[in-house]
Write a protein that binds this ligand. Structure first.
Ligand SMILES: [Zn+2]
Ligand SMILES: [Zn+2]
Length: 365
């Protein structure tokens, strides 16, 4: 019986009970109908009796009933139109959970007769790199202790010199049919877990699982410009898949260590440069560090504290060109003054006409 036939049957109607009927109600209705339609008493009623038995077989089993309900709910969404083939969904849903999970207990795989080998799982690991490495890109060696393909049997699970044989329980189909009254269920073979192959002499290293915990060293390229918290996906470097299926991915979560002086804003490197009052007022050429060498920043006379200068191309690289180095100057006021400094500043104050609070004097609320 196909998945489609299954969900297109209305077992509730067959038993004459509502969809939310309790187990007791279902049982009661079944007994009444089965007695009334039993072929012994009712010759020619075989078809109807079969229908009732079939419906009761599913609805009286909590698990089967749930799967049936879920299946119907799913088909109700995309169905309605004739020519909609639920078996198409098996292919699409494979590996994605959802649909195939709902039906796996009932049908195994309705289309291919065998469960497809499963892709390996994704693994996640974390690294911390320096600010300079984030800026320039780097390569890191990751040591991982993870499940890998067994090196003795190369994943087959069979001892060296032997090979897996066709499963004797399912004859290599990966599914077995279970007869339940008048119809049969196909379900994944438990002996071979749906692979169709059976290992008679298990590999001594992995005891037949085909997998082995291994210390692996993987070289990961961290691209220039990587941001703190960014995830890098290394395709095929995760857990190995079942024989014939691809490995999962390795996801590397990058933490960028903070730098003592540089910061980051988008793709720009930021730097705060303290200047003296006289440098800001008179102008100065200041030597500042950049990620690749020192440059001279020309601070023009009359520069206010907090002004930001842009050194083009010294930021994080992007596909459309590098960001900038953004230098913000901040006037630094000395905590203590020598008597000479004090005298000089007092002389300056004496002659200065600069009134920074002029605009506050006329303020009215
Ligand atoms: Zn092995
Ligand atoms: Zn089998």
């Amino acid at each position: 019986m196909s998945a489609r036939d299954f969900v297109e049957k209305d077992y509730y109607a067959a038993l004459g009970v509502p969809k939310e009927a309790t187990a007791a109600e279902i049982k009661k209705s079944y007994r009444k109908l089965a007695a009334a339609h039993h072929p012994d008493r009712n010759p020619g009623g075989e078809e109807r009796f079969k229908e009732i038995s079939e419906a009761y077989d599913v609805l009286s089993d909590e698990t089967k009933r749930r799967e049936y309900d879920e299946g119907r709910a799913l088909f109700a969404g995309g169905g309605g139109s004739r020519g909609f083939d639920p078996s198409d969904l098996f292919g699409q849903a494979r590996g994605g959970g959802g649909f195939s999970d709902v039906f796996s207990g009932l049908f195994g795989n309705g289309t291919r007769g065998r469960a497809a080998p499963r892709r390996g799982g994704d693994l996640e690991t974390a690294i911390t790199i320096s600010f300079a490495d984030a800026l320039q890109g780097t390569q890191v060696s990751l040591r991982l202790s993870t499940p890998g393909t067994c090196s003795t049997c190369h994943g087959s699970g069979a001892a060296p010199g032997t090979s897996p044989v066709t499963c004797s329980v399912c004859q290599g189909l990966g599914v077995i049919s279970r007869n339940q009254g008048s119809f049969s269920f196909a379900e994944p073979c438990r002996t071979c877990r749906g692979t169709g192959k059976e290992v008679t002499t298990p590999c001594p290293t992995c005891h037949g699982s085909g997998q082995q915990t291994k210390d692996r060293t993987i070289t990961a390229r961290v691209p220039a410009g990587v941001a703190d918290g960014q995830k890098i996906r290394l395709k095929g470097k995760g857990s190995p898949g079942e024989p014939g299926a691809p490995a999962g991915d390795l996801i590397v979560v990058v933490t960028v260590a903070p730098h003592p002086v540089y910061g980051r804003s988008g793709n720009h490197v930021t730097l705060t440069v303290p200047v003296t009052f006289t440098e800001a007022a008179l102008g100065a050429n200041i030597s500042i560090p950049t990620p690749d060498g020192t440059v001279t920043l020309k601070v023009p006379p009359g520069t206010r504290s907090g002004r930001t200068f842009r050194v083009a191309g010294k930021g994080f690289p992007t596909k459309t060109g590098a960001g900038d180095l953004r230098v913000t100057v901040e006037v630094d006021v000395p905590h203590e003054l020598t008597p000479e400094e004090k005298a000089a500043l007092e002389a300056y104050a004496e002659v200065s006409a600069h009134d920074p609070r002029k605009h506050l004097k006329e303020v009215v609320l």
